[in-house]
Design a protein around this ligand. Structure first.
Ligand code: GCO
Length: 451
């Protein structure tokens, strides 16, 4: 089905004047120039040199060349009528070894990006940390080392002091469940560590760091609007059998609640996942007061739904995901189910927490196998994905649930972590050999919607 580009049921006006529309990116996925102007290596620069870790052994060395050519892509954001641009700061550009001496060239670079956005009338939104830890800190244990709370506070302080006079909207961290789960438990993302003995301290130090970072921004920039972002999937049990229902609850605790609940003052969800109780080993006196913060907003990032089944063989959690490809459903190039009601359910779920004041969708989007035909990229599936998800966001809003922003993931095709350059999530196509850009049909649709 080719969607109606001028769908009268879906207009920007229906979401209200104060709804924030945007697009999200991340430093490591777009910048390239990994060792330019004094930048130190990040864990992804190192991880991607190990054979077999990234699909096709792709590397983020060049990515979208955003570092060198940021003006070109910010011009495209303007051309697409997108008023808000969310991007992250590369820690090892600012502090090449993570702590200690500051690299002025890194600060100058982000000043140029911020200033250019403002000159084009685009509001910059900063994510302080989007997964690219300086390798020098990983060499000292990374997120498993409690000293990281001080290192992260130092990095956040430099960011707030350098950019806070012009940047109003801050997100302390992106998707802690993914970088700790994939990077410190499953070993499939950088730095490739595994097991509970890495995962549990990484979780606790991440929570302490999110709160410490938020406090520093609040102290240095009393007028800043401070959020942090979480990945979340709508979870349903495989059957109405009690053991599947309980397995789904455990998966929900791990996937959706592990970080958000402590941060809003509820503690870790240890009743559902008993293995999490050992996190107390990493507590120090006073931590109870330092694991929660009154955020101005929470960013939710949703892509799909997961179906969960009881599994005797899965350690710690006794639950497994029923793969979307075994469920005869529509899939994206990530093999994730296309299920628009998931985003509505997620908004509804997090509206039930009275501590959450404001919700923004800080990522939503899909990868499909786009192709250039006669110099054009038609991607009707992505247009349908965005429209059907926006209809669900609108439904939530009209039913009275808080939700006040929507940021598409992402501007251009980019380096999709362990999946390399194959999954294409962009509104804009990139030929990675020539770095040529082509605005996809979905980009034109979004531009028209935002006009
Ligand atoms: C995340 C990250 C993005 C990903 C996107 C698609 O949500 O995992 O924020 O960096 O590229 O989500 O997987």
């Amino acid at each position: 089905m080719t969607p109606n580009i001028h769908d009268p049921q879906l207009t920007k006006q229906l979401f209200g004047d104060d709804f924030a529309w945007g697009v999200s990116t991340a430093a490591l996925q777009t910048e390239g120039s990994c060792d330019i102007d004094g930048k130190g290596p990040s864990i992804w620069d190192t991880f991607s040199t190990k054979k077999g870790k990234i699909l096709d052994n792709d590397k983020p060395t060049a990515a979208c060349e955003f570092y060198e050519n940021y003006e070109r892509d910010i011009d495209l954001i303007k051309e697409l009528n997108i008023p808000n641009f969310r991007f992250s700061i590369s820690w090892s550009r600012i502090l090449p070894t993570g702590t200690g001496s500051i690299n002025q060239a890194g600060i100058d670079h982000y000043n140029k990006v911020i200033n250019y956005c403002l000159e084009q009338g685009i509001e910059p939104w900063i994510t302080v940390y989007h997964w690219d830890l300086p390798q020098a800190l990983e060499d000292k244990g990374g997120w498993t080392n409690r000293a990281i709370v001080a290192w992260f506070t130092e990095f956040t302080t430099v960011c707030a002091q350098s950019f806070g006079d012009r940047v109003k909207n801050w997100m302390v961290m992106n998707e802690p469940a993914v970088f700790t789960g994939a990077g410190y438990f499953l070993g499939i993302h950088a730095p490739g560590k595994r097991g509970l003995r890495n995962f549990l301290p990484a979780v606790h130090h991440t929570v302490l760091s999110i709160v410490a970072g938020a406090k520093v921004v609040r102290k240095l920039l009393p007028h800043a609007i401070i959020g942090t972002t979480f990945s979340c999937s709508y979870i349903e049990p495989y059957s109405d059998k009690l053991k599947d229902i309980n397995a789904a609850k455990r998966a929900d605790a791990l996937i959706n609640r592990l970080f958000i609940e402590p941060i809003i003052g509820m503690g870790y969800p240890t009743n559902e996942v008993v293995a999490l109780k050992s996190i107390s080993k990493y507590y120090q006196p006073g931590d109870e007061e330092n694991i929660s913060f009154d955020f101005d907003f929470i960013g939710l990032q949703n892509y799909t739904r997961e179906i969960v089944k009881y599994s005797f063989f899965t350690p710690y959690i006794g639950a497994s995901l029923v793969k979307a490809e075994d469920r005869n459903v529509e899939l994206t190039a990530m093999r994730w189910e296309v299920y628009p009601p998931a985003i509505y359910q997620i908004i509804k779920k997090f509206n039930a927490y009275p501590q959450i004041k404001k919700i923004l969708i800080t990522e939503s989007g899909a990868a499909f196998p786009d192709q250039v035909v006669n110099g054009q990229v038609d991607d009707p599936k992505r247009i349908t994905y965005l429209q059907t998800h926006l209809q669900q966001v609108l439904k939530a809003k009209q039913e009275g649930y808080k939700v006040s922003g929507y940021f598409v993931w992402t501007l251009t095709d980019n380096f999709e972590w362990a999946e390399g350059y194959r999954p294409r999530f962009g509104l804009i196509y990139i030929d990675f050999k020539t770095q040529q850009r082509i605005i996809k049909g979905s980009g034109k649709w979004y531009a028209n919607f935002l006009r």
